[in-house]
Design a protein around this ligand. Structure first.
Ligand SMILES: [Zn+2]
Length: 280
């Protein structure tokens, strides 16, 4: 390995933020704060351990994911309920908001739509911040545990990774072919998962989630949503995943409607305004 003479100077260059968010359109959080004080519950789904469940949320409603019974991580996929081609874009959400998201930050959709699908309206784990290892909660850096990587590393067949749980639940909810559902499942929001990158090797790490029964993360649906949530086979992700070894618990998903007239003047965000001519 040959280091250039000015290696130290090159490494000392100060970083700049890739996507400064000063011009990013922001949601009216004071409106959402007001509206969420007067909600009517409209439904619930209990997601069994090592399984996934689907739920639908109209634009302007809220959904809440709550830890019940024991610490448990969830892997969340979001789709436009009327166009499954519009789905959560973990990578761009990370580029805009950072590696982990909390209250006031948004889940963005893929190209060419690139608009907020959901806004986090409340997060009881927002106190966690960033710990001494660089870990934080609700990440958009992990992809989802999946049987392909597991097979690559172990040679085993395991069918209850989040990727398979999400695939089964999407197939059962929509009636789409299993193969189509498999291809529609995408990188997730890792709800309640505590993760980061090691400083010495840059490797993705996980540690026991700080979530406790009663903790919840709540979202405002910016568009009509189909959500699919997997209760990860890693449980609280303190040691292993992609197996039946970890203690796993259910997750509760509840949906809530706002009071009549509470959102007067509010409308769903439009799809992205780029003209899509790509220079031709
Ligand atoms: Zn998982």
């Amino acid at each position: 390995m040959t280091r250039p003479e000015d290696a130290a100077a090159r490494k000392a260059v100060e970083p700049v933020i890739c996507y400064p968010v000063e011009t990013l359109p922001r949601p009216d959080m004071s409106l959402y704060e007001r509206v969420r004080t007067c909600l009517t519950k409209t439904g619930e789904v209990v997601v069994a351990p090592r399984e996934a469940g689907a739920f639908r949320v109209p634009a302007g409603s809220f959904f809440r994911i709550t830890s019940i019974e024991g610490p448990q991580v969830g892997d969340l996929n979001l789709f436009n309920a009327h166009n499954l081609g519009e789905r959560f874009y973990s990578g761009k959400t990370r580029a805009l908001h950072g590696t982990h998201i909390t209250t006031g930050e948004q889940m963005w959709s893929n190209f060419p739509y690139l608009r907020p699908m959901a806004t986090i309206s409340h997060d009881t784990l927002c106190w966690y911040g960033i710990d001494e290892f660089g870990g934080s909660v609700h990440d958009v850096i992990g992809t989802r545990c999946d049987p392909h990587t597991h097979h690559l590393l172990s040679g085993e067949q395991y069918h209850h990774c989040c990727h398979s749980n999400l695939t089964r639940a999407l197939h059962l909810e929509t009636g789409m072919a299993l193969e189509a559902a498999e291809l529609a499942v995408h990188d997730v929001l890792n709800v309640f998962m505590c993760t980061g990158f090691t400083r010495d090797t840059g490797q993705y790490f996980m540690k026991a989630s700080p979530v406790r029964p009663g903790d919840f993360i709540e979202f405002f649906a910016e568009i009509d949503l189909l959500g699919v949530l997997s209760a990860c086979p890693g449980g609280d992700c303190s040691s292993t995943h992609s197996s039946d070894a970890a203690a796993c618990y259910p997750l509760l998903v509840e949906t809530f409607a706002p009071a009549d007239g509470a959102l007067d003047g509010w409308s769903s965000p439009a799809v992205n305004g780029y003209d899509r001519t790509h220079g031709l």
